[in-house]
Design a protein around this ligand. Sequence first.
Ligand code: MG
Length: 386
Amino acid sequence: MHTRTRFYARERDTLAPFASHAEASRGRRHAEAPHPLRTDFQRDRDRIIHSRAFRRLEYKTQVWVTGSDDHFRTRLTHTIEVAGIARTLARCLGLNEDLAEAIAFAHDLGHPPFGHCGERALNRLLEDHGGFDHNRQALKVVDELELKYPDFPGLNLTWEVRAGLVKHRSRDSTLDGRTLPPQPSLEAQVADLADDLTYMSHDLDDGICAGLLDATHLSGLELWRRAEQRGRRQCNRTSTSFQIRNLIDLLVDDAITTSEANIANAGVASADTPQTLDKPLVAFSPEIGRLGEQLQTFLFNQVYLHPAVDDDNQRAVRWMCELYHYLIENPGELDAAARDRVNIVGDRVAVADSIGLMTDRRAIEEYRRRILKDPESRCFGLSAGR
Ligand code: MG
């Protein structure tokens, strides 16, 4: 049987000197006895997957409002793809796979309904109350909003997973009152790059699947042409799925080769040193980074802002904003946990947190039931509103 202590020994024997070790974790906010079979990072991964917030990702928008098509990514399938790629990158770089995977599984738990459109709307609504940011919200979900254990709120994850969720660091970024170093751990850097790599590839795939992108659009994309060349070396025929697979391979190869070289050149010999540097070591090469930015701009203009995507998101977000104002006026209609939080964080933040936890379909149902006063509201489709 693999006990926790054997996993510690395996990490000592197999991980690179700059990897994070479960045995050296700074621990949890609320002390708990260690598990006999699993390390704390393995346990965190399981806690995240067993959380309600994780299950709700199934009905949260990645790009298209959920339910638009059976084949488009949801926030859950996006997250699973990110975790898979994070594990590959971590394994190839000699990093702690369990930690990278746990951070990847948790990275989008703070997304409100209706993706980035929903996030921007909640941010505007909370303009004078601290704003709303899905990265910050992910930490709030795992620290405060997920209610699972009798003795403390949240999932009580390890410091390393929680610190990995703090993105876009500035000089004053803190966690539990401690100033954070300028960069996250290499495992968190892996989860972050895997997120970019994954969404660029699959949003392109879904854009093609939705019929928004044709051969003319794609032939203008340098990364697409390179993926095509890569594919031709293996097979004379091609298909969209094969092209996307070649694109992912190309990006993963570049990320591993570049990151390995960056790590070697920096001469880092501990898990802490990479965190003190002025930029991440896990990265694409400058050239692929530039082509990735070109792809992101392309996706923004050709997919995210396309009326076939944006109109549904905007309409649903208008309903969500009406629901927000309705709940501010009628706080008695909040659930018991959110009502308790009104006294602690104020009505605006408590209502935004409550809406942020909802899935797309739950937000639409709440809008129908509370604002349209439809007592039969169990139909979750976008056509359900006005
Ligand atoms: Mg993501």
